[in-house]
Every structure is written in C-alpha cells, then in structure tokens.
Design a protein around this ligand. Structure first.
Ligand SMILES: NC(=O)c1ccc[n+]([C@@H]2O[C@H](COP(=O)([O-])OP(=O)(O)OC[C@H]3O[C@@H](n4cnc5c(N)ncnc54)[C@H](O)[C@@H]3O)[C@@H](O)[C@H]2O)c1
Length: 331
C-alpha cells in the first residue's frame, strides 16, 4: 500500500517508523509543514519527503494524520473529498461544531476514517472490557482512572492542544464509554495550574480531576497531570460487586509503596507513551491498514470521537462555570 503520513512531530515520527516496519506498506510519503522536519524523518526510513499535501495524497491508498489538533478536521475533509481512507490522531477536533461537520461528511460520503485512541488496542484495557462486558464482575459500582505524563509537552504544544480535557483526559473519556458501554450523564471537573502558572494565560490547567456518573448508575473518577517524574502512569481500577480489577499494574508502574518493600515494582519506570503503548500503537496502525483495504471494521469511528469530545467540552465548562454539568447541556 502507498501510505501518506501528514505531520511528523513527536508522535508522527514514531508512527512513520511503525508504518515503515509494516510489510504491506510498499511506499511511505512524508509531509510536514516544516519541510526540513519531513526530510529529517524520511531519510533514515528510506521514505519519500514531499513538499505539498497534494503530492502526499495523489495516488495514495491511505493517509495517516498526526498534525496539531486544529488541522485534523480540514485534513479529514481533504481525504474524504479524494475518497481516501484516513487514520487521524485524537482528538477529532478542537470544537464540537467542526467535529459534527466531520461526522456528517463521513456519513454522507460513506468515508473510512479511524480515530486514534490507542488504549482500545492495549491488551490490559481489552481484558478489562471483556470482563466488564462478561458480567463476571457483577454490578459495576465505580472506577478510578489515572493519566499522568512524565514530563509536560512543550508550552507551544499546550497552547494549540485544546487544553487538558480535550487533549489528555479525552483518552479517559473515550475509555469510560468504551469500557463500560455506557454514557456519562453528569460530571464535575476541577483543575489547577499548580506548578505551571503560564497555563493561566492559555486558559488551561496542568492537573485535573473529573467525577462522572454514568446513566447505568456507576460513579467514577479520572485524574490527570502533565508532570509526574516518577514516570508515565496510566491506570484504571474497576470496583464491582464480585471483584476489583486493575489495568496498568506491572513491574514498570511508576508508583512506590511506602509501606512495604515491593521488589517486583522496582524496575525501570515507563518514561513516555511511546514505551507504555508501543504494542497498542502498532496494533492500531496495522488494524487501520486492514480497515483501509475493507478487510476490517472501524474500531473507533468519528461519531465515537465526537462523543468523547462532548465529555471534554462538559469538563471544560464545569471548570469555568464552577458547577456540575449534565451532558444533555452539551450539543
Ligand atoms: N494518541 C496519543 O497517545 C497521542 C500522543 C501524542 C499526541 N497525539 C496527537 O497527535 C497530534 C500531534 O501531536 P504531536 O505531539 O506529534 O505534535 P507535534 O507538535 O510534536 O508535531 C506536529 C507536527 O505537525 C507539523 N504540522 C503542523 N501543521 C501541519 C499541517 N497543517 N500539515 C502538516 N504538518 C503540520 C508540525 O511541523 C510538527 O512537525 C495531536 O493531535 C495530538 O493530540 C496523540
């Protein structure tokens, strides 16, 4: 397959290497708004750096979009107009209006667009979902999700990211819907710029906590931080009538027990999302190529990504208005 990758910054360069490793990718074209960056990433991969989006997409079989979030919607529209299957990183967009336009356009054109929520491809999250759905755990009462970056992204990234709820907690919002097969009815969010006063002028926060009640009755939390030098830390606990389960506990989990020596947890910590989700990112892109060829279902639709963005909008509103927000308010 001839694959075009658009945007090869932090994550795009990683995705380009993953695509290059795939046997069914016969040609990889690399486009970045920064032409020097495109050449730098393409050279060691024996890929072709191209100077325009048109050069990247003409005659391609699929496109992978890893540009800043504000450009996702228009690049998806470009791919849809060409009838080109597209993978696009999360979140679908910075705002609900343009996200809704994408959903409508995909439906109208019957286009193929997969959104990149890689936790759906993580073995631990998949096992938890299977258990929850099997009803083996009995009634689900609650959950606690944790998402902590080891080091914060550059301020330039933060300023165009849409903020912590749309950029970081969006993964937890997607996981809440995907794990439990339920919808959030109401949420309350709190945020702080502790340690990152420069985020105030961006209208963003660096640490946040969200409390959610699902329609089915379960109550849970998601907490996130941009800075946690103990390591990149992604975990979920699910509390149910018959058992409590956890995702994200292994010898690299960056949590130190102060009560007892736990040698099993003394290994090197996860330094970044690249390491923690290496297998998930690879499985996700491999699935995309099958989906693009019409051999697999869409594992993450634009409609689902739109719903995750609604949760991020609700949380953003909750922090600004300092009140609980019902999802029925977010349209
Ligand atoms: N799924 C995940 O775990 C995960 C992790 C990190 C980032 N992301 C998402 O990936 C996207 C990119 O994030 P990043 O950290 O790689 O950002 P980045 O800023 O490191 O890289 C973005 C790259 O896109 C280029 N660019 C900017 N506008 C462009 C355009 N219109 N066309 C082509 N190239 C353009 C920039 O020159 C840069 O090289 C974001 O939407 C982010 O939310 C997802």
């Amino acid at each position: 397959m001839r694959v075009a990758i658009l945007g090869v910054g932090r994550l795009g360069a990683f995705h380009a290497r993953v695509l290059r490793d795939m046997r069914d990718v016969t040609e990889l074209r690399v486009y970045d708004a920064d032409a020097a960056r495109a050449r730098e990433v393409a050279a060691p991969l024996d890929a072709r750096a191209v100077g325009t989006i048109d050069d990247a997409l003409a005659g391609a079989d699929a496109a992978v979009i890893v540009t800043p979030t504000g450009s996702h919607a228009s690049l998806i529209h470009t791919c849809l107009a060409l009838g080109l299957p597209a993978f696009c990183e999360k979140p679908i967009s910075l705002d609900l209006a343009s996200s809704r336009t994408v959903v409508e356009q995909v439906e109208r054109s019957e286009g193929r667009v997969q959104i990149g929520f890689q936790r759906r491809f993580d073995a631990g999250f998949q096992a938890a979902r299977d258990l929850v759905r099997s009803r083996e755990l009995g009634t689900i009462y609650g959950f606690a999700m944790t998402s902590r970056d080891a080091l914060p992204p550059p301020d330039a990234y933060i300023s165009t990211s849409g903020g912590q709820f749309r950029d970081q907690l969006i993964h937890d919002f997607d996981m809440t819907r995907w794990l439990f097969g339920d919808e959030v009815e109401e949420l309350t969010a709190l945020g702080s710029t502790q340690g990152f006063p420069q985020y105030d002028v961006m209208g963003d926060v660096a640490t946040a906590a969200v409390l959610m009640r699902l329609r089915g009755g379960a109550v849970g939390s998601a907490s996130a931080a941009r800075h946690n030098e103990a390591g990149y830390d992604i975990r979920v606990e699910v509390y149910a009538a018959k058992d409590t389960i956890a995702v994200g506990w292994d010898p690299r989990t960056p949590v130190r027990s102060v009560e007892r020596d736990m040698p099993a947890l003394a290994g090197p910590r996860y330094p970044s999302f690249f390491v923690r989700f290496d297998a998930a990112y690879r499985a996700e892109l491999a699935h995309f190529l099958r989906f693009a060829r019409g051999e697999a279902d869409n594992p993450c639709t634009v409609a689902e990504a739109h719903e995750a963005l609604r949760l991020a909008e609700a949380a953003t509103l909750s922090v600004r208005a300092r009140r609980p927000v019902r999802l029925s308010e977010i349209n």
